[in-house]
Design a protein around this ligand. Sequence first.
Ligand code: COA
Length: 136
Amino acid sequence: MSEAISCTWRDPITDEEMVGLVQAHGGNATAGWWDRIKGHSLGWVGARAGDGLLVGFVNVAWDGGAHAFLLDTKTRSSHQHRGIGTAVVALAAANARAAGCEWLHVDFESRLRGFYYDACGFRPTDAGLIHLPTAK
Ligand SMILES: CC(C)(COP(=O)(O)OP(=O)(O)OC[C@H]1O[C@@H](n2cnc3c(N)ncnc32)[C@H](O)[C@@H]1OP(=O)(O)O)[C@@H](O)C(=O)NCCC(=O)NCCS
């Protein structure tokens, strides 16, 4: 990273900042989403530029024991491909380990294999998924 970026575990991110970050990578932001979600997290990582702008994020959910789950990794479009995504995932993994977790899970679209396998160090595994609202 050339610009100084600081990554912080349990960074005090506001709901408004989260809406801005989601919009900044082209996602659909829902006001109130972050305020509703964060109480269910083991923790999360926020990455900020020198001026305090939130430029990266990842959330860590968990089962209360050995399993932690990585969710919603995002980097502001203007700051992508500078190692921020890799850095927030690494800090999330370190803090999940420190909290006593043994396994860190993630699922993703196949286009992101290079990011999660090569850059972040995840290994492939079988996994399953059901979309409950449309399942019979
Ligand atoms: C995926 C994402 C978080 C990566 O953030 P980033 O800060 O750009 O990641 P890094 O700079 O640490 O990337 C390291 C390497 O991972 C790979 N990588 C990064 N983004 C990638 C992408 N979108 N597609 C494929 N490979 C990617 C590249 O090999 C990259 O190295 P390079 O910059 O030399 O090409 C970012 O593209 C993003 O916010 N995307 C939109 C939201 C999203 O899809 N999130 C994933 C939810 S599962």
